[in-house]
Design a protein around this ligand. Structure first.
Ligand code: GDP
Ligand code: MG
Length: 163
């Protein structure tokens, strides 16, 4: 199997939207209400002549914060174990949340290269707000809009550089 690129982050940040952009199919299930994605979904992506497997994590069933926290934690642990590169997605419209901080703390301890993506940066005003995410301390921080696709090419370049 090709190298794994795992997409992690709390619900509703746009993991599945980003995944769909990489895979080019409406394969992940996007739920506008709860951001629920069914299970872990794998797909193949090719960029800059490299082929890799992308994993969309999710699988959150209940809208209970306890379930979310433990489920996110276990998805992040699996990603740390199996992925060659981890893409950590956050959402500019909510700013940095406690769950983002928690995920960031888990990822900082890993040896896997981490690419922080601030998603939903759809316009210039949001680009200014997105700067707060540099405070999470990830050297590789990218602003993107998974809905329009702007910024996703740079993220793909960063991914393939590390494979
Ligand atoms: P997930 O729970 O992390 O997989 O998030 P989803 O991909 O299901 O997206 C959650 C919601 O955010 C959906 O309503 C998406 O349409 C929306 N969304 C995703 N990416 C963007 C973006 O770049 N800009 C905006 N404005 N909305 C987005
Ligand atoms: Mg999802």
């Amino acid at each position: 199997m090709s190298k794994i690129v795992a997409i992690v982050g709390r619900p509703n940040v746009g993991k599945s939207t980003f995944y769909n952009r990489l895979i080019g199919e409406r394969q992940a299930i996007i739920d506008n209400v709860s951001g629920v994605t069914r299970d872990r979904i794998y797909g193949t992506c090719e960029w800059n002549g490299k082929s890799f497997t992308v994993v969309d994590t999710g699988g959150f069933v209940k809208n209970s914060s306890d379930v979310f926290e433990s489920a996110i934690r276990s998805q992040v642990q699996i990603a740390i174990e199996e992925a060659a590169v981890i893409v950590f997605i956050t959402d500019v419209t909510t700013g940095i949340t406690d769950l983002d901080e928690e995920v960031a703390n888990l990822l900082r301890r890993a040896n896997t290269p981490i690419i922080l993506c601030v998603n939903k940066v759809d316009n210039h005003t949001r680009e200014i707000s997105a700067n707060e995410f540099w405070s999470l301390g990830f050297e590789e921080t990218y602003f993107l809009s998974s809905i329009s696709g702007s910024g996703t090419g740079e993220v793909l370049d960063a991914i393939t550089e590390k494979l």
